[in-house]
Write a protein that binds this ligand. Structure first.
Ligand code: TTP
Ligand code: MG
Length: 217
């Protein structure tokens, strides 16, 4: 495997897709790869902000907590993007880029005040202009909302009890507008789109093909 570090920073792959699309599972396959740091999404941090479960509050009372939650998510994502590493490859679950999909969703659902969305987007623009956030490749785990709804119900993360099929349909549409139709926000890197409705075995095969491309095997 030829290390693909670019200057001082690692070649960075972001795994994107709807809630329940299998990002964490897909990511876990990279743990066996040499020269690679694997960075999971910090859901545990969002569940315990100085003893407060902000993820839960966001779902329970979105009008009150969506902006607070999203501002913390952006901070934690920024911290992961800028964390120093000597590994030539870095694979992340989501990115600061896809956090915008949630902000977009909250705007469309009228959960965020205009001024709250404006403020979050200002922070986002500032962070991108003034830090070394970068993606070299996005892997889009594209799914159908009905499939991810079933997966989400099966895994039963307690905060997500109230997440409806309609919510997942809207999130799917926003991810598609961004990464598939490419009409929503700018796309920061090349994208590999995978059919992530497949079962675990099918996704393992998808991973192998994808890893061969990433590592030039
Ligand atoms: P996801 O980031 O989609 O992660 P996941 O672990 O559910 O996905 P996968 O099964 O593919 O591994 O969402 C985690 C939870 O956090 C989910 O309830 C949605 C919520 N969330 C937001 O509300 N806003 C955000 O900006 C992000 C990143 C997540
Ligand atoms: Mg996950």
């Amino acid at each position: 495997m030829s290390p693909r570090k670019l200057g001082n920073r690692p070649y960075t792959v972001c795994i994107e897709g709807n809630i329940g699309s299998g990002k964490t599972t897909f990511l876990s396959h990279f743990k066996k790869c040499e020269n690679t740091i694997v960075i999971e999404e910090p859901v545990e941090l969002w569940r315990d902000v100085s003893g407060t479960n902000l993820l839960e509050l966001m779902y329970k009372d979105p009008s009150r907590y969506a902006c607070t939650f999203q501002s913390y998510v952006q901070l934690t994502m920024l911290q992961l993007h800028t964390r120093e590493t000597s590994h030539p490859y870095k694979v992340m679950e989501r990115s600061i880029y896809s956090v915008r999909c949630f902000i977009e969703n909250m705007k469309r659902m009228n959960v965020l005040q205009n001024v709250e969305a404006y403020l979050l987007e200002k922070w986002y623009d500032w962070a991108l202009e003034n830090t070394k956030v970068q993606a070299d490749l996005i892997v889009y785990l594209r799914t159908t909302p009905e499939v991810v709804y079933q997966r989400m119900r099966t895994r039963a993360r307690k905060e997500e009890d109230c997440v409806s099929l309609d919510y997942l349909k809207l999130m799917h549409q926003i991810h598609d507008e961004w990464l598939y139709d490419r009409t929503l926000f700018s796309v920061p890197s090349p994208v590999i789109t995978l059919d992530a409705d497949k079962n675990l075995e099918g996704m393992l095969e998808e991973f192998r093909v994808c890893a061969d491309k990433i590592f030039n095997r």
